[in-house]
Design a protein around this ligand. Sequence first.
Ligand code: HAM
Length: 422
Amino acid sequence: MSINIPRGTKDILPGEVEKWQIIEAKAKEISARFNYKEIRTPMFEHTDLFQRGVGDSTDIVQKEMYTFTDRGDRSLTLRPEGTAPVTRSYVENKLFGLAGQPIKLYYIAPMFRYERPQAGRYRQFVQFGIEAMGSADPAIDAEVISLAMSLYKELGLKKLRLVLNTLGDAESRKTHKEALIAHFEPSIGEFCSDCQNRLTKNPLRILDCKKDRDHELMKSAPSIIDHLNEESKVYFEQVKTALTEMNIDYALDPTLVRGLDYYNHTAFEIMSDADGFGAITTLSGGGRYNGLVEDLGGPPTPSIGFAMSLERLLMALEAEGITLDTEDVLDCYVVALGDDAKRKSVSLLNELRQAGIKSDKDYLDKKMKAQFKAADRLKAKFVAILGDEELAKGIINVKNMQSGEQTEVRLEELSSFIKQGK
Ligand code: HAM
């Protein structure tokens, strides 16, 4: 019996992987342009990190984590997201003590969530994310959003919608929380058991419930916007002004609460409005998390970031009919005929490769015609044909596959000839 791939995961085969390489390279190039440096953290962390960082009452922690006990009896979890691990690393490595704050970081890394798989939702997916740690300047909120938008736009996406909200500061959230409890408490019996648990722990999460989203009390729930204190209002205005000055359009949505507990102030999601993108329209999400560094044992450090999955980015490109240039060509294919020539072709190929020439040969003992066919399939620019007779004379015939022109080249000059022509 054969063994299949686990549900919600996928293989990325040659032919598809080139698209990934292009968008990964683009993400790295844009991060460098905005002066973000790469960080790599482990694939698994202590489970406590996510319970404390992402939040005990979130769906991620309650239902979606791949948690296991290792042989030393420790509870570990495959990371479901990157912000808590990066924050842990920022605290543990005392990055807050470095000159040059804010520390601006990015990652491209696999994340794991036990979710119900569907288009755009996987159990292993790759996030490109950034975290700007150590600044409370609203201009950096706009910078983070602009970086995400730039990646999408530069890859050619047009049907984008930026949705913006504020969750306010701790004081605003406290008054909002009280208002939410007062709103839901009298009818909480009509809600699912998760929501009943959320009521006192974290009533904001009720607004995020997938089961009860059509309950009439959801629509009339008190909005954070009506509970913002002056400071939070001013902060939000400054973020909006910075976005307007950067010509970034946005739509306000006071119901955008995000599914992780660490957020305050700015929260945003970028959606795809492309036909055929599917039921899940969120391309990326992020926001400010001013309290997380302190919660994980560091000094007060206002921070903001976002993450997007590359899977959803590729889906959006497809939905908008954008193709990435993945054409792969070979500089030279060596065709060998005869036993001596075949033996020689091994070292010849080695020389070509050492000279930096992308080259290959046949390994299936094919006839000449089939070897030419293979060269065609690999889109070889040159085919170098070596027979025993040529070998005896120390020459090789090189065919330029575009012009059809054939040249006799001395064996020791093959590399320089191909280099000139490629
Ligand atoms: P998140 O909204 O949970 O936020 O995930 C961010 C993005 O990851 C989503 O918008 C989506 O593109 C992708 N994503 C999430 N789950 C899946 C899945 N099951 N399959 C495919 N893609 C998925 C965070 O993870 C935060 N750490 C973002 C952040 C960074 N906030 C501040 N800094």
